[in-house]
Design a protein around this ligand. Sequence first.
Ligand SMILES: [Zn+2]
Length: 248
Amino acid sequence: MSNVTAQNCPSCQSGSISPLEASKNDYAFVECNNCTLIFVDPMPSHEALNEFYDNYHKSGQYLAKLDSKIRRAKKRIRSVNWLKKPGTFIDVGCNVGFAVEAARSLGFEARGIDIDANAIEVAQGQFTQAKFEVRSVQDLAESGETFDFIYCSEVIEHLAELDSFFAALVKCLSDGGVLYITTPDNGHFSLPNEFSKLVDWTSVRPPEHLMYFTKSSVAPLLSRHGLNSVKMPFSFKPTLKIIAKVKG
Ligand SMILES: [Zn+2]
């Protein structure tokens, strides 16, 4: 059994963390005894992650079924009834830009950022009417710009550190702005309860995915960042949809 190196849970900050009898790709997992968040421990270093993502080119695979992805993003954006009318929209981790195009076609002033320069080049070539940038959300937050709708799909499970990312997301929200996050749902009814039986699931893939959320284990993270109005609608697929805002 491996030792736990993490000081605190990245979601609830509890120091009560136990190792799990499960590993994949030579990475070990631990579970927070308080909120049940499961995460990789020890986390890969910054250098190791940079090296991994230097060889990571998924934009080709995302270009497949582009039309159905635009339709799905439109449906998600339209499902948020907290917004009375379209305003400014940003997709954080926009990949090849299908959600940005979806928002633009719904009347939003839509932009996308991603740290993957290759994906941004493809996005800008594909959707010439929207604006795309190679940029981190932390950098965007420093500019002071705010947005009415921040979309962030399948990003948070890739991060080794969540607090600076969430602080930046919240800083980029306009007054009454809405944050729409998706991440794999490790607590979904269609999946086994025990993580040791779940490790074969395709979504369990360290070092690409480092944190494994459920509705209850993501809640403390949202609340610590002031996102105290939260909806997590039912989903037939094991995708956790989180719609959140700061209560005005
Ligand atoms: Zn926790």
